[in-house]
Design a binder for this molecule. Structure first.
Ligand code: 1BN
Ligand code: ZN
Length: 323
């Protein structure tokens, strides 16, 4: 069964469901307001200074990935992406990136896949897992033209955006080490498909063997680079780990991030579900109101450096606030 907006797992959150399964782009969302640094100490709570997240470098990482072409196991761009990712993560985090190799059997295929990860500050008591998928969907299922449906998506937002934010996070954490430990994990096979039985393959492999110690909690980011960024609390995250959603939305509020909407909107199946299944408090930050979802129009032109920075600044606040 193919995924579609009308069948999508979405749903539930009836009272707060504002837009059903539609995800028309170009809605009324506005770009996030940049954090304002206060000039002098004051009695009122200061607005936090920007984290140092370099949105230009992060956006360049997004562009680099798209330049590889489609990035699913078996594609030409896949080994280029995987090897670039391991090298770039190693340099960014200042610790060697590792690979968790696994064999996936989607449908009648047998495919080699790899999760790529690094562990910063492994001896800390609190361990936060930050994750994103680096593969891209082999089929543009949401195109209307059947000929286009057979083509692979560019995956600028759905794939490259999450990776771009976490690589820049790794650079931040290297420059200014956090008190907590941070596990950065890039999942393969999230979007293989066509149906959900052939998706979330890297997250399932990770959850099965947990190559790193079980984290205190996990934050997944997916499709967070679009120009009109609006991130709502996701329903499964809210049900399973409301306190982690609270950490994120409190951080967003303290940074005056208008792109973080403090209501539940969608229930999305994603890589956080296999993590939750093994008892990890995992949430998904995702902007599912994205018109070009699973189409050939999921391009760099749909994405914005400011959106990457908004998410990076919020994640940085969450991480640096951990003791
Ligand atoms: C997220 C990005 N997903 C796929 N690409 C997961 C998903 C599955 C989203 C089903 C909606 C419906
Ligand atoms: Zn996708």
């Amino acid at each position: 069964m193919l995924l579609s907006k009308t069948l999508c797992t979405l749903l539930a959150a009836s009272a707060v469901l504002l837009g059903g399964c539609s995800n028309a782009a170009g809605g009324s969302a506005s770009l996030p307001a940049p954090p304002v640094a206060s000039a002098a100490p004051s009695a009122s709570p200061a607005v936090a200074a920007p984290s140092g997240f370099d949105k230009t470098r992060s956006f360049a990482d997004l562009q680099t990935q798209v330049n590889f072409g489609p990035r699913y196991s078996g594609s030409e761009g896949y080994p280029k992406m995987r090897d670039w990712l391991a090298k770039t993560l190693t340099e960014a985090a200042g610790v060697p990136a590792k690979k968790q190799d696994f064999t996936a059997k989607p449908g009648d295929k047998t495919l080699a896949m790899s999760n790529v990860y690094a562990h910063i500050n492994p001896d800390a008591k609190t361990q936060v897992l930050l994750c994103a998928h680096y593969d891209t969907r082999p089929t543009a299922d949401e195109e209307i033209d059947p000929a286009k449906q057979k083509q692979a998506i560019p995956g600028a937002n759905d794939g490259a955006s999450g990776v771009a934010v976490l690589l820049e996070m790794a650079r931040l954490l290297k420059a200014k080490p956090p008190t907590c430990g941070v596990q950065i994990v890039f999942f393969d096979g999230e979007d293989y498909g066509p149906g959900e039985a052939e998706m979330y393959l890297g997250a399932k492999a990770w959850a099965k063997s947990l190559p790193l110690p079980k984290p205190t909690y996990a934050i997944l980011i997916d499709m967070i680079g679009d120009k009109s960024l609006q991130i709502y609390r996701e329903q499964s995250s809210e049900s399973f780990a409301p306190e982690i959603n609270d950490k994120v939305w409190n951080a967003a509020s303290s940074l005056n991030m208008s792109s973080f909407q403090n209501t539940v909107k969608y229930a999305i199946s994603d890589d956080h579900i296999p993590l939750q299944a093994v008892g990890i408090k995992a949430i998904d930050l995702i902007d599912f109101d994205y018109g070009p979802w699973h189409t050939l129009d999921d391009t760099v032109a749909q994405c914005s450096p400011d959106s990457l920075r908004s998410v990076g600044d919020v994640l940085a606040k969450v991480i640096y606030d951990e003791k």
